[in-house]
Design a protein around this ligand. Structure first.
Ligand SMILES: [Cu+2]
Length: 263
């Protein structure tokens, strides 16, 4: 029994390390093109900072996981022997408790300081203050809607353009948008941008990103929002400025057409 318990814990340790190291392929083999069990390559300007923090924290967790699991395995093996006599009552150890409270507290403080500038850059009000609003994004059960100011550059006018499902944006530009929800909590999550923001009913939340690469990327709702949550997907299409301007022109023409071919 003692050996089996020890081996089970040891297997858990090995499995944990393996899933961490081999996360690109893991048990099920490689994922379809462009996907992995880990993060996809980032395309946003702040993606590198997020990945640095993510990797740092993951390694920290790995180190402590190995340490605590190692100690657990050792203790299971050492102290699960049948012994005679009464158990000893322990009042605890003040010094030990100070250590295992102090070290995690210090580590959390280090992480808090390390992420401060990145957090400020992405999330603080100052990150978007004074920047031109590119679009308004609405989340609702169960789709994403994107409103553009149209050719006159102003929101709330007749030539505003609305896109459902697809968010088309130009490459290498700061895209600032207001995020709202029409009903319940949703979360705007674009893994390649390393961007995740809750959409909260009654709140208008400014969000920004800047994609350094063109392409079509997944947008997912990362907050359980109802029965159709699983299908609340969208797409971010990053194109050149010229293609974007043309897209706006085409969408405007589509909006004012009567549904029949002109000319
Ligand atoms: Cu949702």
């Amino acid at each position: 029994m003692r050996l089996i318990a020890t081996l089970l814990f040891a297997a858990l340790l090995v499995f944990g390390i393996w899933s961490f190291v081999d996360s690109e392929t893991f048990l099920l083999g490689p994922m379809p093109d462009g996907y992995s069990w880990w993060w996809p390559e980032y395309t946003s300007t702040f993606g590198g900072d997020i990945d640095f923090l993510f990797t740092f924290i993951s390694w920290l967790i790995l180190v402590f996981f190995v340490g605590t699991m190692g100690a657990l395995i050792m203790f299971v093996f050492k102290y699960s022997k049948k012994r005679e006599g009464k158990a000893v009552f322990s009042h605890g150890n003040h010094k030990l408790e100070m250590i295992w409270t102090g070290i995690p507290a210090a580590l959390l403080l280090i992480i808090a300081f390390m992420q401060m500038t990145t957090w400020a850059d992405i999330k603080f009000a100052g990150a978007t203050a004074g920047k031109q609003l590119f679009a308004e994004v609405f989340a609702s059960q169960f789709d994403w809607r994107f409103r553009y100011p149209g050719i006159d550059g102003r929101f709330g006018t007749a030539d505003d353009i609305e896109s459902v499902y697809e968010f088309v944006v130009p490459v290498d530009e700061d895209i600032v948008f207001n995020l709202r929800s029409h009903d319940v909590l949703h979360s705007f999550f674009v893994p390649v941008l390393r961007l995740k923001q809750d959409a909260v009913p009654g709140m208008t939340i400014p969000v920004w990103f800047n994609s350094m690469e063109e392409g079509t990327f997944d947008l997912i709702c990362a907050e359980l929002c109802g029965w159709g949550h699983y299908k609340m997907a969208g797409r971010i299409t990053v194109v050149s400025r010229a293609e974007f301007d043309q897209w706006i022109v085409d969408k405007t023409a589509e909006k004012y057409s009567n549904g029949q071919e002109n000319q």
